[in-house]
Ligand binder design. Sequence first.
Ligand code: FAD
Length: 628
Amino acid sequence: MQSSYDIIVVGAGHAGCEAAAAAANMGSKVLLVTMNMQTIAQMSCNPAMGGIAKGQIVREIDAMGGYSGIISDKSAIQFRMLNRSKGPAMWSPRTQNDRMMFAGLWRETLEQNVNVDFWQDMVRSLIISKDGKRVEGVVTGMGVEFKAKAVVLTNGTFLNGIIHIGEKQIGGGRTGESASIGITEQLVQMGFESGRMKTGTPPRIDGRSLDYSKMETQGGDEVADKFSYLDNTSPFIGENSKKQVPCHVTYTNKNVHDILKTGFEKSPMFQGRIQGLGPRYCPSIEDKITRFSERERHQLFVEPEGWNTVEIYVNGFSTSLPIDVQQKALELIPGFERAKMFRPGYAIEYDYFPPTQLNLTLETKLVDNLYFAGQINGTTGYEEAACQGMMAGINAHLKINEAKPLILNRYEAYIGVLIDDLVTKGTDEPYRMFTSRAEYRLLLRQDNADIRLTPLSNALGLAGNERLERVNQKINGYNKIIDYFKNTSGEPSVLNSFLESVGSAPLSQKTRYFNILSRPNVLAKDIALNDQQLSDFLSVYDNETIEQAEILMKYEGYIEREKESADKQSRLEDLVIKPDFNYDSIKSLGAEAIEKFKKFMPHTIGQASRISGINPADISVLLVYLGR
Ligand code: FAD
């Protein structure tokens, strides 16, 4: 049995899978140790990927050669582009997924990678070098030792996990799976700080017991898109495409709320048995009816769990109330009168490690070559976990090969925003991504993640040449389209009736297509539908390229402004502060600033400026000392 590897990844959730795949694809020999090989890439909660800001992250992972996008596409049962009615910075792809297929595809993908070995076991402790400064491997529950040059911990919700249902408490990392014991205790002993967080999940229902005629139907997009920039990943595009599965919408009501309230005295949340903070933006139903007591009803999304199962996920009804209360309340929801539960909702409390203990590479500051990724860092969500896993895998590989780390900036990727937020500001409640967290969201669109990130990733040997060629073709294509729009004009006689039909003023003379496009309600494809000259020109380009050109033209002014601001920021990010910089030697810095700088050890002046409590004067002093 091989006992020595380049990199060991602990945990095969969303973070662990992407970490193992990235490191292995870059050439590291990886061992993936996970407690249960049947639950690789398990979706612990809702069977869906993407959504607002999260969809952008999946696109970024895909652009870099990760697998979350491809696997989400292949296992999709429904696709929707959320926020289509808003500006393109807000468009967010989302898939409803077949839970079992998603997990199966991940396992297949990893098994096909010759650089990934597997070991089913619980890691109980880390092997640390004698001087305590470097990780050297792991020891498992079965007493097996594996050595490695780097270790990535992605333990998810498993570290000392406790499941709560009503008054019952069960040790576990997820329902039916045991908790991970030992790692927290060892890390705390070594000087790491840990905390407690909680999350919850709704009951799963037998779809055969539901009456859908009492609910609203919510279908997928008429023309489905996909996450991946590669072809042939979506079952809804191309020949023999499948029909999407609809979801449904129903609502709670006062009677449901009244029944739920009868369980409050046994609620682990309200009776103080749960100490960890939960995700504010994903509250339990008992939380919602308490915090928003004025609301008479709450929306519930009734989501199928896959192509070939009757299991239903009740999105919006996360709860840890006693099982009998869950059942009684469900039966009062329209369409759920005969609902049969497959399994109850529950809450789970687990350990996390405040992420300010990490460098921007996700390596811990305390122990060299030890990386943390995913829920262990205080985040929530598959997408947030997956992108951290990918970045930890990449950086672990780069570190052991003595190469320069990969740090994505806030103006380059949502992934950069997420990691910078975690490491620089920390989090005391489960962190999820929102578009509002990104200062440069017009630059960080879901449609241009390939342009932003594929060249970077290709240079590292991760995103393949096929991806890069596609990006180059896209850039070339949209530049030609923009050029044409800026230099060719449409005729009033051809376009005026169309323009009037969309409420736009008629043209009085020949007008550049660029200017016509800049009008509200006017889209390139609609101009082309009414103008043979433009239609002929655009016929050689695919929709993706045309859409990209259109966004760049319609929002040119705004995008330019954001780019200028990002350029300014990038100048600060380029000013690297050496890790051994002696803050104590700066007499003109206040004690608080020195303490903060020493705690966070910012990598650049840009990062230093975002530390909470650091003011512009502190930064000016630093700049002087750095010779600027
Ligand atoms: P996980 O997906 O939890 O994977 C951890 C992996 O590590 C597992 O494979 C486990 O077997 C393995 N492992 C753990 N310890 C060890 C060890 N010592 N040795 C070997 N292997 C180990 N997210 C949301 O966005 N919204 C929600 O509403 C939501 N609700 C949730 C409800 C519940 C009940 C749970 C459990 C999670 C919920 N999540 C929710 C969180 C979401 O599941 C996680 O964010 C995501 O799965 C985290 O991915 P991860 O890779 O960090 O960890």
